[in-house]
Design a protein around this ligand. Structure first.
Ligand SMILES: C[S@@+](CC[C@H](N)C(=O)[O-])C[C@H]1O[C@@H](n2cnc3c(N)ncnc32)[C@H](O)[C@@H]1O
Length: 292
């Protein structure tokens, strides 16, 4: 399917599932916004049982969120653009705490409309000190992307995203890389992406319980095929798109708010396992390679 025909809005329901999971963590604004967005979600998650696999998923997404923050703290970014932010309120939180930040939070128009409604209902923007903007943006539309970026004052830009690249084909990923490279090449800055996912082994796939609707969603969006073969292949991909890997976030599982819940339901065999669980994802800071 060509990118012009692709309906990116079919990806958007995943954002609600993620928020409902994050509602069980201490991620800023997740609990109160999730409580307003109850109702059916696309993955058929086990909210009633809240079993081991439920908490493992919550842990994964909580960890992913904080690893982006970890790398963001290592920049002195004042201009921040978040792509495909879904129902994540990182930008709002930063702008409440820091008046020097200009954060543009973006997603597809339908998601932005629902998110704006959540912000209004809970009056979340009352304490904002920085410059927080919530705008619609299809990240693959170069002219809209440029128009959003032109709203920032001069100076380096940090682009962040989580939960998008696994929905994009190689061609779409390359297109996004080209757009970002051009912008960062001109302005300076970096790209923090939590979307370095590697393909699961057949064994891992067989052991991961997925509801029918979740499997169907994954198949429809080619999630497994869209992941990188391994971390070396991911680094080589970004290198071929003229990005260098400058930092990788270090997960701090001990600090996650989900841990006490997970420990309560940890099966005996997992508790006694000697080897660490397989690494399925990484969060990277990338910088454009600029040729003189
Ligand atoms: C899995 S959700 C992740 C949401 C959020 N970043 C999080 O981690 O909670 C994927 C998001 O990508 C958005 N999306 C899909 N295609 C997009 C595109 N072409 N441009 C911008 N956003 C897109 C969807 O609307 C959805 O909100």
């Amino acid at each position: 399917m060509s990118e012009d025909q692709k309906d990116y809005t079919s990806i958007s329901p995943s954002a609600k599932s993620l928020l409902l999971m994050k509602g069980y963590t201490n991620i800023p604004y997740a609990r109160e916004t999730a409580s307003l967005l109850q109702g059916p979600e696309v993955f058929d998650l086990s909210f009633d049982e809240k079993d081991f696999w439920f908490w493992i998923r919550v842990m994964h997404f909580e960890n992913r969120y904080w690893t982006v923050d970890q790398l963001l703290k290592q920049t002195d970014a004042k201009n921040i653009l978040e792509l495909s932010s879904g129902y994540s309120f990182r930008g709002l939180d930063l702008c409440v705490r820091d008046k020097s930040i200009h954060y543009i939070d973006t997603d597809l128009p339908e998601v932005v409309a629902v998110k704006q409604d959540l912000i209004n209902k809970l009056q979340l923007d009352q304490q904002v000190q920085g410059n927080f903007e919530l705008l619609p943006l299809n990240a693959l539309d170069e002219s809209d992307f440029d128009a959003v970026v032109s709203r920032f004052e001069e100076g380096p830009l940090t682009i962040v995203n989580e939960g998008l690249l696994m929905y994009l084909s190689t061609e779409e990923k390359k297109r996004l890389c080209k757009i970002i490279h051009k912008i960062l090449g001109k302005r300076g800055g970096c790209w923090i992406t939590a979307d370095i996912y590697v393909k699961r082994t057949a064994d891992m796939r067989a052991n991961l319980p997925q509801s029918r609707s979740e499997s169907a969603f994954f198949e429809k969006h080619n999630i497994e095929e869209n992941k990188f073969e391994n971390y070396e292949a991911a680094e080589a991909f970004f290198k071929s798109e003229e990005f260098e890997l400058v930092k990788e976030a270090t997960p701090d599982y001990g600090q996650l708010s989900v841990m006490p819940h997970l420990l309560k339901v940890l099966p005996e065999e997992v508790r006694n396992r000697k080897e660490p669980p397989p690494k399925i994802q990484a969060t990277w800071m990338l910088k454009p390679i600029i040729h003189p």
